[in-house]
Design a protein around this ligand. Structure first.
Ligand code: ME8
Length: 500
């Protein structure tokens, strides 16, 4: 391990493979990708992992329905999520499948570590296969789980985890680590849930066998959620190299959808406490997308397909839209009109024109900025804004406030456009070429800062702009190099209107 290098672990949920990837999966993955890329630009050693959750009754039934043997079905479906990663430009360091032998070993070792808190009894109660979740009697609404999923009665011998013993420890942990769960409203829900009393958790199934076998017990497989949560430490190499696992976990941000926060903020930390593994630094629960005001569902046929959307509008366009349109943590509604508006106003008009105008002017100066000018106070102010952009964005990214981070970058885009309009470089070109140099130098500083600001969000677009301005663009520390005597390239439009 590079001594002294700051570490960062970023995770996405691992996705069930009972259906095709949709925009919700893309959303969770892109958010984590943005955070991972930001940390890499900031000099961190990052481990960014994603993958597929392949065991459990839900997947077994989907394979059966498709008439395909479950292992073959898993290979086929898992590949679709890998393909989604390529399409959305995911920079994951590891794609983990829960059917891999490294994971089976890790989950079984985790189980052994939990054994002091495990006992055998029998379970009878409701279960929602769609949510892979036990549903308490008092949570049933109109005969269904709170998510609306059907429930089925389950009665079987089962191993239990003594979750009740962790109630006070968890509450104590939440109190001592107020930033552990975000956003704050979700944190309060979790705290109230734990305060209302924790029951021991059934953690094995004996009525089907599509799961990880419990060490020393052939009749039982693990409850799919123990198996699934263990993926995060498997990816770090657990049970080997525990020092690294601990250091990474201490710097871990789990990105999850709001519906699975309870698993990550209650069960997972309790398992980790029991197993003596370091808890993650933070669990961030994001909101849900609807489509034109309606819940997305296969039966309604209104699921937004990330592959199709990207084919039509472009990957950076979608990546930008998802985090600009809605505050991360809140629910959002997807509409093509809203996406088109963002592309046309924010991207083509604001950012695209800024880059195009400024760089086209530099071409008129033979593609070079030649003087270090004595800047006016207004120019100095804008220059300073550009240089401090990342300092403003960093604390927002630390809170996973991706929406405000983009907003802050766009403030500089607007200021820069206003500066172009005020300074009228097309007039300076005729009257005062030296001054034009100064104005364009300041604007280039802005463009470079903006490009670093957008790079985690829109990597392809950033790469294009970095190429135009001849900047390497690997680390934020490169933000303040000198432009003088450097060759700029002729820009090509970043967001052409006739793309398609
Ligand atoms: O829950 N809007 O997997 P899953 C926004 N395997 N995000 C959405 C969404 C929507 N409409 N639909 C799905 C599981 N997501 C478990 C996780 S982790 C150890 C195990 C996103 O395939 C959201 O992030 O049901 C959600 O948590 C995730 O996909 C769940 O995917």
């Amino acid at each position: 391990m590079g001594k002294g290098q700051k570490l960062s672990l970023i995770t996405t949920p691992i996705y069930y493979i009972n259906g095709d990837p949709h925009i919700g999966h893309a959303y969770a993955s892109i958010s984590a990708d943005i955070l991972a890329r930001f940390k890499r630009f900031d000099g961190f050693r990052v481990h960014f992992c994603t993958g597929t959750d392949e065991h459990g009754i839900k997947v077994a039934r989907s394979a059966e329905k498709a008439g395909i043997e479950v292992r073959e079905f898993s290979d086929l479906m898992s590949q679709k999520f890998r393909d989604m990663g390529r399409t959305i430009n995911l920079s994951e360091d590891d794609f983990i499948r829960t059917t891999e032998s490294r994971h089976i070993r890790s989950a079984q070792v985790l189980w052994k570590r939990l054994e002091k808190d495990i006992y055998k009894s029998s379970y009878s109660g409701w279960y929602s296969a769609r949510d892979e979740e036990y549903v308490a009697e008092n949570e049933i609404v109109d005969g269904k789980a709170p998510s609306g999923a059907p429930v089925e009665w389950m009665e079987e011998e089962s191993y239990f985890f003594r979750l009740s013993a962790y109630q006070d420890k968890l509450l104590d942990y939440y109190e001592k680590n107020p930033d552990f769960i975000a956003p704050i409203a979700r944190r309060n829900e979790v705290v109230n849930f734990v305060k209302s009393g924790l029951k021991d958790l059934s953690i094995s199934r004996s009525k089907f066998d599509w799961g990880i076998q419990i060490p020393g017990c052939e009749q039982h497989v693990m409850y799919v959620w123990i198996d699934a949560l263990a993926n995060y430490i498997t990816s770090l190499g657990f049970p080997d190299n525990e020092e690294y696992v601990s250091e990474m976990m201490a710097n871990c941000v789990h990105i999850v959808g709001k519906e699975i926060l309870r698993f990550h903020a209650v069960y997972w930390p309790a398992f980790l406490m029991s197993a003596g593994v370091t808890l993650p630094k933070r669990v961030f629960a994001h909101g849900w997308w609807t489509h034109d005001g309606q819940k997305m569902s296969k039966s309604v046929g209104n699921v937004v397909d990330p592959f199709e959307t990207i084919k039509e509008y472009g990957v950076d366009q979608l990546r930008y839209f998802l985090f600009r349109e809605v505050r991360f943590g809140e629910d959002g509604d997807f509409s093509e009109d809203a996406l088109k508006n963002r592309i046309s106003y924010d991207l083509a008009n604001d950012l695209g024109n800024l880059v195009q105008r400024v760089l086209a002017f530099i071409q008129k100066l033979d593609g070079c900025l030649t003087t270090n000018y004595d800047f006016s106070s207004e120019e100095r102010a804008l220059f300073a804004n550009a240089r401090s952009l990342i300092q403003k964005v960093r604390p927002l990214m630390e809170k996973q406030d991706l929406h405000s981070a983009l907003g802050t970058v766009w403030d500089l885009v607007s200021e820069s456009n206003k500066f172009v309009n005020d300074m009228k470089p097309w007039e300076l070109a005729k009257t005062d070429p030296e001054r034009l140099n100064a104005v364009l130098t300041v604007l280039c500083e802005c463009i470079r800062a903006i490009t670093f600001g957008i790079a985690p969000f829109m990597p392809d677009t950033a790469k294009k702009i970095f190429d135009f301005i001849n900047t390497e663009g690997r680390l934020f520390t490169e933000i303040d190099c000198n432009f003088v005597d450097q060759k700029f390239l002729t820009p090509i439009p970043l967001f052409p209107k006739d793309r398609k």
